[in-house]
Write a protein that binds this ligand. Structure first.
Ligand code: PEP
Ligand code: MG
Length: 588
């Protein structure tokens, strides 16, 4: 039993970022629950009033638009219900109370408005008058709308929390995660999400222990409860008992020991026991992640997800801004390579303020990545010129995401050549010999890899997408996460086709999806002949230990055997068997 004598409760999800965190939780149920209270300075009052007024005007316009649509489609009588909603946004008593409380309590206006409106609605709902009770419902409806409008123009309030906490949310977007403060967010637990969602990928990069797929944890928990979060095994333990805490204390000290041993590998080469060097690189999302690259002994950057530069802002990044950012990263890792992937917005990465590709029925099959770039060549060229200029400062390579066939690849390369021409005309320095690669992450590209291989310098396999498309399993949908199987025989065959096509055409091939950081699967990737592996920097030391413990000969034999197996679990078991023999301590 814990101090407050509550029984321990355990929630099981999927561990997606390893490590243990302990502390009080902050629960974010849906958009509206993240109205946290935070202090503002008196000098910020005018700004808060401005935000409030704009949100009221916006809400009024939205209600009028809705009223008009209903009047046109159903009739003026039904549209009349919105008159009551309009009265709420014009209600002086409510508005004056918000302004008074804002000045008096010096808190953010979203929180003040929510408090005042909730009190107002509660008072009305208690009066024994059906008309006034209806008004209470109107107020609740309009409150949601006003707050949504307020939040559209403000950073999410839970991101401004000042105390260290474990964030328990229904869902988090990659943009939310990108703006998180590592000092305050000790751990993350979400109802939705899966291992290859970009929120999980970001959590690993930020080294924040995380669990996803808890289904309804936010319904059952309140802010302030004390929890222990085990990001390795996917357990969220509420009010842990002293026995649980002692057990985790031991696990933590074993983990620290392994991490210390792994640190010693930093300067060593990632060479197999039979002498094959595998290039081991890191994936980064934000320029701040570069420190972790060398610190974890990676040989460079195998995937820079540049789309994060476009998130959480209202204007597009300029060529100069991008050039400076890419140059800094290139210089930092030089002479090692920096592979810059042109921006891959869409799917679960939406840049609401700039590149708006939202509102699609199937965003992962939609207007994403290279498809968007080929139709918005101005935005694309701005980035390509910035990358080309930065490539004069280091060992920069470019790669294109979501290539589905030769036409797309050729069009992207031809736009790149136009950019080179433009830079030549303006006399700007750039790396003319910058290598160009294609991400292979769509089954059509995998199956026609022999055609693509003739026109690029390298392949980088995006297994996160390749698996979702090959198996038709949405990579962020936790309900079908059990069907997302990297060791499916179909995936194994696709990976073999890609690697064989690359080598037959004398180009190198790497893996930059999450599979490259899964130490149970390293034997498979080495046996298939991958030349490079790129994973979150925090996972690199483990991958290096795995590489150093294996021989290419035994990995090839493993692949020969697994190609004859018929189910994902048989293949996984065979991989685990070899991994356990060679580095079982890491798997435990
Ligand atoms: C992938 O799909 O495996 C990949 C590396 O790209 P992203 O995860 O950004 O889609
Ligand atoms: Mg991808």
């Amino acid at each position: 039993m814990s101090d407050n004598a509550r029984p321990e409760i355990r929630f099981q999800g999927a561990g997606v970022s390893p490590g243990i965190a302990q502390g009080a939780i902050h629960v974010v149920r849906d958009d509206l629950d993240d109205v946290a209270r935070y202090h503002i300075e008196p000098s910020q009052i005018t700004n808060e009033i401005g935000r409030f007024e704009t949100a009221l005007i916006q809400t009024r316009v939205q209600i009028l638009e809705m009223q008009q649509k209903i009047a046109e489609s159903i009739g003026a009588k039904d549209a009349g219900i919105f008159d009551a909603h309009l009265l709420v946004v014009e209600d002086r008593t409510l508005i004056d109370e918000v302004l008074r409380k804002l000045e008096h309590e010096l808190c953010n206006v979203d929180w003040v408005f929510q408090e005042v409106a909730a009190n107002y609605a509660e008072t009305l709902s208690k009066i024994d008058d059906p008309y006034l009770r209806e008004r209470a419902l109107d107020i609740q409806d309009v409150t949601k709308r006003v707050i949504r409008n307020l939040q559209g123009k403000a950073p999410k309030t839970f991101l401004a929390l000042t105390e260290p906490h474990i964030l328990v949310a229904h869902n988090l977007t990659p943009s939310d995660t990108a703006t998180m403060n590592r000092e305050r967010v000790l751990g993350i637990a979400t109802d939705l999400g899966s291992r290859t969602s970009h929120t999980a990928i970001m959590a690993r990069s930020l080294n924040i222990p995380a669990i996803v797929g808890l289904h309804d944890a936010t319904e059952k928990l309140e802010t302030g409860r004390h929890v222990l979060l085990d990001g390795t095994n996917g357990l969220l333990i509420v009010d842990p008992t002293p026995e649980t805490l002692a057990h985790y204390g031991e696990i933590e000290s074993r983990r620290v020991k392994v991490v210390t041993q792994l640190k010693e590998l930093r300067e060593t080469k990632s060479t197999t026991r039979d002498g094959r060097h595998i290039v081991l690189s890191a994936n980064i999302e934000l320029p701040d992640d570069i420190e972790a690259v060398a610190a974890n002994g990676a040989e460079g950057i195998g995937l820079y997800r540049t789309e994060f530069l476009y998130l959480n802002r209202s204007t597009l990044p300029t060529e100069d801004e991008q050039y400076k950012t890419y140059r800094k990263v290139a210089e930092c890792v030089s002479p090692n390579p920096l592979i810059i992937r042109t921006f891959d917005l869409g799917g679960d990465k939406l840049a609401a303020g700039t590149v708006d590709v939202s509102d699609e029925l199937n965003p992962f099959l939609g207007w994403r990545a290279i498809r968007f770039c080929l139709e918005n060549t101005d935005i694309f060229k701005t980035q390509l010129r910035a990358i080309l200029r930065a490539s004069a400062a280091g060992n920069v390579k470019i790669m294109f995401p979501m290539i589905s066939g030769l036409d797309e690849l050729r069009r992207a390369v031809s736009i790149l050549n136009e950019c080179k021409e433009e830079l030549r005309r303006t006399g700007s320095a750039f790396g003319d010999a910058t290598e160009v690669g294609a991400m292979i992450e769509i089954p059509s590209a995998a199956i026609s890899a022999d055609i693509l291989a003739r026109e690029v310098d390298f392949f980088s396999i995006g297994t996160n997408d390749l698996i979702q498309y090959a198996l038709a399993v949405d990579r962020v949908n936790e309900r079908i996460a059990h069907l997302y199987e990297p060791t499916h025989p179909a995936v194994l065959r696709l990976l073999k086709m890609i690697a064989d096509a690359a080598h037959a055409n004398d180009i190198w091939v790497g893996v930059c999806g999450e599979m490259a950081g899964d130490i149970a699967l390293i034997p498979l990737l080495l046996g298939l002949g991958m030349d490079e592996l790129s994973a979150s920097a925090t996972l690199v030391p483990r991958v290096k230990r795995a590489v150093q413990s294996l021989t290419i000969a035994e990995c090839r034999q493993l692949v020969d055997e697994t190609l004859k197996l018929q189910t994902p679990s048989e293949i996984l078991d065979r991989c685990l068997e070899l991994a356990n023999q060679r580095y079982g301590d890491l798997l435990g």
